[in-house]
Design a protein around this ligand. Structure first.
Ligand code: BV8
Length: 235
């Protein structure tokens, strides 16, 4: 790929599927047996905080049983070796990119291993069960912690940094996402608007496939290491 300097990579649940993390649009369309609006909205948290806390406590606990896969590892290698600008934007709240070693990484929808205290406003690394109403690691007040997760209707994190990177990238790559949720689903159109080349790697065609210059269908664990090796060969 000729004169590619700045790269933006967007990942979704599909990149963690081979690690055993459930994707969203399961066959029943439910999120692990829950309606999205019952667990991933500020209204749901106000209505039934205990159920929402338990939903995220379960997903947080499952992280201990999963490992980064070759797709996560290949992106971490690219992060270490790519001389140009690179930003890995993930919609995933799991910590598999982090554990694979990716540094130029941004969790636009938050992280399961982080707590947000609504009393002092601080965010802190968090392990364990938030349903037990633990104290805030920063202000020691009890019962004010919420999952540090971007719910529907809430503004994703670091949108300015993402939009700046999209405006300056030569290559936009989307991996393992259905393109169903905005503003992430609109990034490919923004990147194209600024003249970037766009590549999709996904198991199935996504809602945004028509916007990509190239779509490679298959498993991320197979496609991503080959793509990274090819890119680094030409560095
Ligand atoms: C907002 C955290 C104001 C929670 C999440 C415009 C049009 C229509 C609607 C909207 C719009 N703008 C805003 C909206 C509303 C809403 C939205 O998009 N609704 C949808 C449902 C229509 N968006 C919002 O509310 C957003 N906030 O808009 O604020 C604003 C306005 C302007 C600018 C900024 C802000 C906030 C959305 C974030 C919600 N939180 N996650 C949690 O995790 O519990 S979203 C969550 O769902 C994920 O993070 C992800 O974003 C999405 C799931 O999608 P995917 O990750 O793609 O997963 P999915 O299962 O769908 O697909 C998996 C794919 O992988 C499939 O394609 C499959 O083929 C593939 N695959 C499977 N296995 C593999 C594989 N690929 C490769 N290899 C494999 N092995």
């Amino acid at each position: 790929m000729e004169n590619i300097n700045n790269i933006v990579i967007l990942t979704g649940a599909g990149i963690s599927a081979e690690s055993g993390v459930a994707t969203f649009r399961g066959p029943d369309g439910l999120w692990e047996g829950h309606r999205v609006e019952d667990v991933a909205t500020p209204e749901a948290f106000a209505r039934d905080p205990d159920m929402v806390q338990k939903f995220y406590d379960e997903r947080r606990a499952k992280l201990d049983a999963v490992q980064p896969n070759p797709a996560h590892q290949a992106l971490a290698e690219l992060d270490q070796k790519w001389p140009g600008d690179l930003l890995l934007v993930t919609q995933n709240v799991d910590d598999l990119h982090d554990r694979a070693g990716s540094q130029r990484l941004l969790h636009m929808h938050g992280e399961l291993r982080s707590a947000w205290c609504l009393a002092c406003g601080e965010r802190s690394p968090f392990a364990g069960k938030m349903a037990l109403d633990p104290a805030c690691p920063k202000c020691d007040q009890f019962g004010h912690l919420r999952p540090d997760i971007v719910w529907f209707g809430e503004m994703p994190y670091q949108m300015e940094r993402i939009e700046l990177a999209l405006a300056q990238c030569d290559l936009f790559v989307s991996i393992g996402t259905s393109g169903a949720v905005y503003p992430a689903a609109g990034f490919v159109q923004s990147a194209r608007h600024y003249g970037a080349r766009t590549l999709e790697m996904n198991l199935d065609p996504s809602e945004g496939s028509l916007y990509f210059h190239e779509s490679r269908m298959g498993k991320a664990g197979d496609l991503v290491p080959v793509w990274v090796e090819d890119l680094l060969t030409n560095v």
